[in-house]
Design a protein around this ligand. Structure first.
Ligand code: AHR
Length: 775
């Protein structure tokens, strides 16, 4: 058998890669407070509230000297609201004590991380009843050992900030800030803060250096912000505790910002707000890509009436002015007053996050028109829902085409097999329509296998750079002690951080993105291997989803024999599963009627089919998440993928006629004779090697990018006659490993030069290999 060859047509350059690879920041998993935002005090302004989380209260994370929970103590210690620092920052602590009183803050995770020799800024705002009271500030460990001690004399009558700098004499991870009020203190205190002086780029109110440096090391082309569901989950009134993420709440002096519920079940101080975000983009040398809500919360079905959309659209226009306006424009002036007279050069703006439902798209039109008219240079991003296919996905694309959106934000979190099967997803997209912004994607875990498969998929993104403009993995950050969502790109605790194996891949692709694609040919390549193309057959049954369901008139029609089998009526509740029968071919129709008769939750049920075992099956979900979905998912080797989704709601006591048609790997569903889902679960195909070639016009280098997901080496020939130097970066690992805090470097990274006397090159099994070519 001849050895496969890769022929690079160096002078045949193709599509520009522009800003292809970037990052997605969402304040999920404590990504901001207790994460990238370097503030070490949790609940610094006594604003925590039950709306944020049912365990929260205004003294949350504050404790007594012995570590027990702090509570209000009559007149001695109260949380008050009259005459605060600013009406947005309502709560403060009032201490009026005849005895010495000590309160401590335990920070995030196990406590404050204090590093020997590092400088920490401890600050607070105070308004005393008596002048010249002395407040003690101590950094301690959890058991009370004192590391630093300072006293601050409160000298101003009105709210005023006091700050000291201390040097940690040793390294600890269970630090506490103890604030001491001597006997006969009478004082109001707020915004008690500890920041490391050594933040990223030394910014006050800045970012944790280790985490930000991991971002910087990736050289991202853009940074999406602030979410995610965080964008649109919330009430419509910007002053509500649980309002949607409204950017104007997040700027100005931090002591003037409101504290808000974060929809991921915690509090957001908004200390890392829009100004800090734009500044971080500048510090990372990356382009901002903010996403704004459009007055529609799909989670709670809240919509701003169309004739009241004006202020929401004005918010979008004002954000552009805040970012790009001159320092004497209304919002540019505020930016200048915050310390940045120069514009932030905003190019991209997203309206909405993975929106579902007509109300969003009705509203999008108004945003689009107003922004286009005033700022035609801004690239506008529409959205295509949370799934890779289906009615909401199509609705997003149709809206984008109708209005001429520049990009459409696609999101999908799928099994590794789905990514393999869908390698050619973008080959058939229209290069002349709106471009793809793949704003959230990830396979289901942080193992090397997932990273490897994502790498193979990224080769497909690059190949299709005439249709795919932007792509970012999601989510980006996760505090190991506050997990909302996995997998994630970068993990951390209060002390250290590490990149997942997926980070290793993303970083390689980002840092070696290049500026243009280059033509290449595969000669004598082996055939691709198909690991699953069999039709859908097997057991079928019903699964409970917290509702009581009665199923009747169940019939299975076998298209190959034209026979119909009748199945006895059944019912289901809670999370039970009831097998109803089995089909041994892939050409059949199952019809049934169902009625929801009760149950604890506003949901429907699952019709399971094509079931081989618990880890390999298909599900038709009827009335899924928040009773909004009618979707079909597949689970392969325990890893789920939503194949297609439509919106639909089950009504109690109503009987529905349902039909599921299977034809090979094609699935079609109907409710009351209306088609709801139609999808082909594509065969899972593995290529002998995934390849792309890019050129970097800045360095003059070419990159031959190779991803080998197979468990055997791939050996190929490359004509080296025109090549001066061939440097290799190779990432490889066992597919099952993942990085952890204790073992953060499970992926072996090799960098070496290839001997140009040898024209045969080996891409090891389970590796990602970039060959940097100097001609
Ligand atoms: O990335 C986590 C979440 O996934 C995002 O908030 C949302 O957009 C998506 O559903």
């Amino acid at each position: 058998m001849s050895i496969p060859e890769i022929k690079i047509n160096y002078d045949n350059k193709g599509t520009n890669l522009n800003d292809l690879y970037g990052l997605f920041f969402e304040d999920i998993n404590h990504a901001a407070d207790g994460g990238l935002y370097a503030e070490m005090i949790q609940n610094r302004s006594f604003e925590f509230n039950r709306i944020d989380n049912h365990t929260y209260h205004s003294l949350y994370a504050w404790e007594n000297e012995d570590g027990t929970d702090l509570e209000e103590r009559g007149i001695a210690l109260r949380v008050l609201t009259d005459d605060p620092i600013h009406p947005n920052n309502v709560n403060y602590l009032k201490v009026n004590t005849s005895e010495k009183l000590v309160i401590r803050n335990r920070g995030f995770n196990q406590g404050l991380y204090l590093k020997k020799g590092e400088i920490y800024r401890i600050s607070f705002f105070a308004k005393p009843d008596l002048l010249n009271q002395k407040i003690g500030l101590e950094l301690q460990n959890a058991s009370g050992e004192v590391l630093t001690h300072e006293e601050v004399k409160v000298t101003e009558t009105n709210w005023h900030q006091y700050e000291v700098e201390v040097v940690a004499p040793k390294t600890i991870t269970d630090g506490r800030l103890a604030v001491t009020f001597p006997a006969y203190t009478d004082i109001a205190i707020d915004m008690i803060s500890v920041f490391p002086k050594d933040t990223f780029k030394g910014r006050k109110n800045g970012c944790r250096r280790d985490i930000a440096e991991r971002l910087a090391a990736m050289k991202p082309k853009f940074l999406r912000f602030p979410g995610g569901c965080l964008v649109h989950d919330g009430s419509l009134n910007a002053n509500d505790r649980d309002s949607m993420y409204r950017w104007k709440n997040t700027i100005g002096p931090i002591e003037h910002r409101p504290s808000k519920r974060n929809n991921w079940g915690y509090n957001q101080s908004l200390g890392l707000g829009y100004f800090e975000y734009f500044q971080l983009c500048e510090d990372l040398n990356t382009k901002p890509l903010p996403v704004l809500p459009a007055g529609w919360d799909p989670h709670h079905q809240r919509a701003v009436p169309i004739d009241e959309l004006g202020p929401w659209i004005q918010d979008a226009l004002d954000l552009i002015e805040f970012a790009n306006g001159s320092a004497d424009s209304t919002w540019g002036k505020i930016r200048a007053e915050m310390g940045h007279p120069e514009p932030f050069n905003l190019e991209y703006l997203g309206i909405g996050n993975e929106e579902v439902g007509k109300p969003f798209f009705d509203r999008y039109a108004y945003f689009h028109k107003a922004i286009r008219e005033k700022y035609p240079e801004i690239k506008l991003i529409n959205t295509a829902g949370p799934f890779a296919a289906g009615s909401e996905f199509e609705r997003g694309w149709e809206s984008a085409k109708e209005h001429g959106s520049d990009l459409v934000d696609e999101h999908y979190y799928q099994a590794p097999d789905w990514f393999l099967a869908n390698h050619h997803r973008y080959d058939s997209y229209d290069p002349n329509g709106p471009k793809v912004f793949l704003g959230e994607y990830a396979s289901q875990e942080n193992k090397w296998w997932n990273a490897l498969v994502e790498a193979s998929f990224m080769i497909g993104l690059e190949r299709n750079a005439d249709k795919v403009d932007l792509a970012c993995y999601a989510p980006m950050l996760c505090n190991v002690d506050y997990i909302n969502w996995t997998p994630d790109l970068i993990w951390f605790n209060q002390e250290e951080s590490y990149g997942s194996t997926n980070y290793d891949v993303q970083k390689l692709f980002m840092t070696r993105q290049g500026t243009q694609n280059v033509d290449w040919e595969a000669v004598d390549f082996p055939e691709s291997e198909c690991i699953a193309d069999e039709g859908i057959s097997g057991e079928f049954g019903i699964g409970g989803d917290h509702a009581d369901i009665e199923v009747s008139n169940i019939k299975v029609y076998d298209k190959t024999t034209s026979e119909t089998t009748e199945i006895p009526n059944a019912s289901i509740s809670d999370h039970d599963y009831l097998a109803l029968g089995s089909v041994d071919n892939d050409q059949y129709t199952i019809s049934f009627q169902f009625t929801k008769v009760g149950g604890r939750w506003d949901k429907g049920f699952h019709f399971i089919f094509g079931k081989e075992d618990d880890k390999n099956r298909y599900t038709w979900v009827l009335g899924g998440w928040q009773n909004q979905d009618c979707l079909v998912d597949s689970v392969r080797n325990g890893s789920p993928s939503v194949l297609t989704q439509s919106i639909w709601k089950v009504e109690k006591d109503r009987t529905y006629n349902c039909r599921l048609e299977v034809d090979g790997r094609k699935i079609t569903t109907y409710i009351d004779d209306v088609e709801f889902n139609h999808i082909e679960d594509l065969p899972i195909v593995i290529k002998p090697i995934y390849t792309n070639v890019t050129f970097n016009e800045v360095t003059g280098e070419y990159d031959l990018k190779l991803v080998n997901v197979k468990d055997e080496d791939f050996i190929f020939k490359l004509d080296v006659s025109e090549i001066k130097q061939l440097s290799v970066i190779e990432l490889s690992a066992d597919p099952t490993v993942e990085n952890t805090l204790d073992n953060p470097n499970q992926v072996e990274t090799k960098e070496y030069q290839l001997d140009l006397a040898n024209d045969q090159i080996k891409v090891p099994a389970h590796s990602v290999m970039f060959l940097q070519i100097k001609r």
